[in-house]
Ligand binder design. Structure first.
Ligand code: AKG
Ligand code: FE2
Length: 287
């Protein structure tokens, strides 16, 4: 990795031979996942991880969930997205874990009639040699969430604006929560529905430094980086489709591309969790 400065945005960049997407079909390449976890690969996609019939069932479960909740922000009619599941962002550890409990049944019901695809994926990772402990992040005897479902409603160029997944871990509200010891985030993203022509992930070859985040007022959010600051930064577009699972190095600035003109664009669905190595080198996950 080298240090790069592009005006107000500086940070680390990866060598071109690491700033890549690896791919497989249906079968998980555990080494590729751990390469992303260690920052040696930008992203890895397993196409067709879940069958179309199961994907349809999961999307129907989401649509029918009585716990589907809007999050207000930048997006259509002031709604940033619809969620089923807890998000730790901008709350205390206690209220996050309360929210996990409140959503636990609804999250289980997302998989009803199918299998827990994220759980299946994590189970495959337990085959890594040498073995790495893999468990939910925990605090005060309570466990983090296993999944959250999101349907972004952003309009225009981006369904979700450029951001990183690391800065949000540093919120003083969550001091002492073990996720704050994670130095690199790997997002684990499963897509039960992606309409054609929309929802591509765009990754930029830049892991912003704390200095830049402070300058931009994004110290504890990492969101949103002004797109005009990224124009000169090399990037990688990852097209995902229905049934795909994709892990990405979440320290890299990334965004979800829009395309609201596409029929069904507003129904793109993500079921995801974040993961990383804690101070004891255990792989933990949270939402
Ligand atoms: O919707 C996606 O594909 C990715 C979402 C994302 O980057 C995030 O939730 O941090
Ligand atoms: Fe992200």
């Amino acid at each position: 990795m080298s240090v790069q400065s592009t005006g107000p945005l500086s940070g680390r960049t990866h060598a071109p031979e690491q700033f890549l997407l690896a791919e497989s079909h249906r079968v998980v390449d555990v080494d590729a996942v751990f390469a992303v976890l260690h920052g040696e690969l930008a992203a890895y996609r397993v196409s067709g991880f879940v069958d179309p019939a199961d994907c349809r069932r999961i999307s129907d479960n989401f649509a029918a969930s009585p716990m589907r909740t809007p999050r207000y922000g930048q997006g259509e009619d002031g709604v940033e997205g619809y969620f089923v599941g807890a998000s730790h962002i901008e709350k205390t550890t206690e209220s996050y874990l309360d929210e996990v409990e409140r959503f636990a049944h609804a999250v289980t019901m997302l998989w009803e009639g199918t299998r827990d695809a994220l759980g299946d994926f994590l189970a495959v990772l337990r085959g890594h040699q040498p073995p790495v402990p893999i468990r939910p992040a925990a605090h005060g005897g309570r466990a983090a969430g296993s999944a959250k479902a999101v349907c972004w409603t952003g309009t225009g160029e981006f369904l979700l604006l450029p951001h990183d997944d690391l800065a949000q871990l540093s919120d003083p509200l969550q001091a002492g929560f073990e996720i704050q010891t994670v130095r690199r985030v790997m997002a684990i993203n499963f897509y039960p529905y992606v309409p054609a022509g929309t929802g591509q992930l765009k990754l930029w070859n830049l892991e912003p430094d704390d200095e830049s985040r402070r300058r931009l007022g994004l110290a504890h959010s990492g969101y949103p980086y002004p797109p005009e600051l990224l124009r000169e930064v090399p990037s990688l577009d990852v097209t995902t489709g229905t049934g795909d699972l994709c892990v990405i190095n979440g320290n890299l600035v990334h965004a979800v591309l829009g395309g609201r003109a596409a029929p069904d664009a507003g129904r793109r669905l993500l079921l995801a969790c974040f993961s990383g190595l804690n101070a004891d080198n255990e792989m933990i996950w949270w939402t």
